[in-house]
Write a protein that binds this ligand. Structure first.
Ligand code: PLP
Ligand code: COI
Length: 343
């Protein structure tokens, strides 16, 4: 059955689809994944996720190719990251096999919502893990729910692939140096809302966080990693409080393929004025060039490149990533899981 979605006009938001996939951990084991058509989750009011934020989530995408097939990008990496998030928050994670099976099933069941090739849109997959045991004491749950829902999405930033303006954040931290920043848990996003809303109200697309301890190094950019290009190098921050981005991991490999030197290291904010190109990267953000960086404490705006257009390496990285995701280029490292492959 067709949908009446205007694919090319989609933004990044929730669109109701037909089914979601759920599995419950109880009595020491995960149930077989079940297909549900309700968008609601019945839950005890004392569930640990509601009070103590015992929650982790993932974000990945499925893309329809010219050949009509659907490709899910680097799904196993998301499964591994959810396992790390669950470990930090003392939850039992679905193993890689269950995680991947549930994601594939969620995409298959909602195939009519995978946007057509050429629209630029994709199907966002949101696996979510929560503690569901009724408890008041601050201790880990013994029961968990794993749910995977999907939503067709368009660009994360209204600018699309045009350079965005970001604002430096020195007055709120999203995560502490030895805290939860390196895992994908809901609390990090709750902690980032105030910065995000203030940035938006001031006319910026995103926040650029500096490191929580010294405010000396670049951390990450809202819900995306930061990268820059200078003197033939792809430079990206190494920090204990940023999320290890699967998109960034991919770009590092592509950058090396292109002959760029890859530097994953502490990146001083003072380097900003020397960057030839800068950008953000993530599943939602894809690759988004940064044109301007406003530092409100210094009252200074850094213009990256000409500030108005994406630089050549950023374009090349974006094109290469999209070509693999949509199946337009070979996938020599086997990043895609191809569905509807049967003859
Ligand atoms: N950093 C944060 C805080 C994020 O929420 C995300 C999104 O998942 C990223 C970076 C990018 O990670 P990935 O490329 O794995 O989507
Ligand atoms: C993603 O890129 O998958 C994210 O999780 C970003 C965001 C919408 C939270």
């Amino acid at each position: 059955m067709e949908t009446n979605i205007k694919w090319a006009e989609l933004g990044f938001g929730y669109v109701k689809t037909d089914y979601n996939i759920r599995s419950e951990f109880r009595d020491g084991r995960w149930s077989e994944p079940e297909v549900h058509d309700s968008e609601y989750i019945p839950m005890h009011m004392a569930a640990t996720c509601l009070h103590y934020g015992q929650e982790a989530f993932e974000g990945l995408k499925a893309f329809r190719g010219k050949d009509g097939r659907v490709r899910i990008f680097r799904m196993v990496e998301n499964a591994r990251r959810m396992i790390r998030s669950a470990e930090y928050t003392q939850m039992v994670a679905p193993d890689e096999e269950l995680f991947c099976r549930a994601c594939v099933e969620a995409v298959r069941r909602n195939e009519r919502f995978v946007p057509p090739y050429g629209t630029g849109a994709s199907l966002y997959i949101r696996p979510t893990l929560v503690g569901t045991s009724a408890q008041v004491g601050v201790k880990p749950a013994t029961e968990f729910l794993f749910v995977v829902f999907v939503s067709p999405v368009g660009p994360y930033f209204k600018e699309g692939f045009r350079p965005i303006s970001v604002i430096i954040e020195r007055h709120h931290d999203r995560a502490a140096p030895l805290g939860t920043g390196k895992v994908k848990v809901g609390g990090n996003y709750a902690a980032s809302l105030i910065s995000g809303e203030q940035a938006k109200a001031a006319g910026y697309s995103n926040v650029l966080y500096l490191d929580a301890k010294e405010k000396r190094y670049i951390d990450e950019c809202g819900a995306a990693n930061f990268f820059a290009i200078r003197d033939g190098a792809y430079i990206t921050p190494k920090s204990s409080s940023i999320l290890p981005s699967i998109t960034n991991m991919t770009l590092r490999e592509l950058a090396a393929d292109f002959g760029l030197r890859v530097e994953e290291r502490e990146v001083e904010f003072s380097e900003m004025s020397s960057f030839e190109e800068a950008g953000t990267c993530g599943t939602a953000a894809v690759v988004s060039p940064i044109g301007k960086v406003f530092d409100p404490d210094e009252g200074r705006t850094y213009v990256v490149g000409d500030g108005e257009s994406a630089g050549p390496w950023t374009v090349r990285l974006y094109d290469a990533l999209r070509a693999i995701q949509f199946g337009d280029a070979p996938d020599p490292r086997g990043w895609n899981t191809v569905l509807f492959n049967e003859e």
